[in-house]
Design a protein around this ligand. Structure first.
Ligand SMILES: Cc1ncc(COP(=O)(O)O)c(C=O)c1O
Length: 400
């Protein structure tokens, strides 16, 4: 009898966490490493949010709560969806969970049966396929390559849908590419979904507030009300409020789905941490003034890294609309040889050589389902980014 479950054999450890660990290891061994692998803002959690958490501890708000979240947080979530997305959800239609990742896990485990298909645009956030596989579903990848600026075309979406499709997962601004859909681009995709009434939409809006150059973010249930009854709108405080460690994600959707997800959560994690919930009430209800300031800082760093990458031989980097990632093509490096004599056969070879030769840690595109690319997280200081850009240029120039 095998000790480990068959379900576990379907998942693999997160490649983005693996890169960060390798970079930490090399740093600990004394190597000068710039780590551009991690998917989290370099800002601190704002003080008003920290104070709300400290107050919650002092007030003894340290006990179990309702599984789906305290009423105050559910109210704040409803108000956020109305204020920012023009979406009307009642408290019975929203829930909080220990992270956006757990929201997505709840949704997939609560709904997927063997044979059910989930359409995932590629490149994708690394966790989507593993969550779907763990839940017993089948992934169908729909390529959104550099030719369409990493955006899914309506034709590709249509071709990916079959009678077995249960969900389509949208994520914009995207991890790993930063691409975000204009209202018209998104509408062209929701039009396709109107023709397939059995398909549900999971919209992962985690990077909603990180958009640049006046880009206007929209979400499927907002622009196509006919999809409201089969859309789960997912968000969280991790990226917008620099609260990755607090573990609060949330969602809005049809009551029956939220009820099923709550049942699942009741037998897995129970409620998300009470203190983090009070902090999130302040995040959602408190001042939002720092959001555009932080977005502006990310925009400047995006512009810096995109320009330095495009000045490197063999690299092509489109300018993304949002998030804090760029996803340059390294097609021009494939087949070349490093000064140490290694031929670069794929994007994994490229990122390994870049780390070994120049101490820059990035994640290969294959980890996100599209090659030959790599992902840079530019949520680091401008000085470090500039140095990383110089090292990448030197690395590219050293190849023969
Ligand atoms: C696209 C996307 N969705 C969801 C998440 C999950 O965030 P969290 O679980 O911290 O709320 C992440 C985190 O990296 C992400 O990049």
């Amino acid at each position: 009898m095998a000790f480990l479950s068959d379900a576990l054999a379907r998942v693999k450890p997160s490649p983005t966490i693996a890169v960060s660990s390798k970079a930490r290891e090399l740093k600990a061994a004394g190597k000068d490493v710039i780590s551009l692998g991690a998917g989290e803002p370099d800002f601190d959690t704002p003080d008003n949010i920290k104070e709300a958490a400290i107050k919650a501890i002092r007030d003894g708000k340290t006990k179990y709560t309702n599984v789906d979240g305290i009423p105050e947080l559910k109210q704040a979530i409803c108000a956020k969806f109305k204020r920012e997305n023009n979406l009307d959800y009642k408290p019975s239609q929203v829930m909080a969970a220990p992270g956006g990742k757990k929201v997505i896990f709840n949704a997939m485990v609560a709904t997927l049966n063997p044979g059910d298909e989930v359409v995932i645009p590629a490149p994708y956030w690394v966790s989507y396929p593993d969550i779907v596989l763990l839940a017993g579903g089948t992934c169908v990848f729909a390529e959104a390559g550099i030719g369409t600026k990493f955006k899914l075309s309506p034709e590709t979406l249509e071709a990916a849908i079959t009678p077995k499709t249960k969900w389509v997962i949208f994520n914009h601004p995207s991890n790993p590419t930063g691409a975000a859909y204009t209202r018209d681009e998104l509408k062209a995709l929701t039009d396709v979904l109107l023709r397939h009434p059995q398909v549900w939409v999971l919209s992962d809006d985690m990077y909603e507030h990180l958009v640049y150059d006046g880009f206007k973010f929209t979400t499927p249930a907002e622009i196509e009300p006919a999809l409201y009854d089969r859309t789960l709108t997912v968000n969280g405080v991790s990226k917008a409020y620099a609260m990755t460690g607090w573990r609060i994600g949330y969602c809005g959707g049809p009551e029956a789905l939220i009820k099923a997800m709550t049942t699942l959560q009741s037998q897995t994690t129970s409620n998300p941490t009470s203190i983090s919930q009070w902090a999130s009430v302040e995040a959602l209800n408190g001042t939002q003034d720092f959001l555009p300031v932080r977005a502006d800082s990310f925009k400047q760093r995006r512009d810096l890294i995109v320009s330095m990458l495009n000045d490197a031989d063999g690299i092509d980097c489109p300018t993304p609309e949002g998030a804090f990632y760029v996803f340059p093509s390294c097609a021009g490096l494939i087949g070349k040889k490093t000064p140490g004599g290694k031929v670069l056969e794929n994007d994994e070879d490229v990122v390994t050589a870049l780390l070994e030769d120049e101490g820059v840690a990035v994640v290969h595109g294959a980890a996100f389902g599209l090659s030959p690319y790599f992902r840079i997280s530019y949520a680091t200081s401008a000085e470090e980014l500039e140095e990383a850009g110089r090292r990448i240029q030197r690395f590219c120039a050293s190849l023969k």
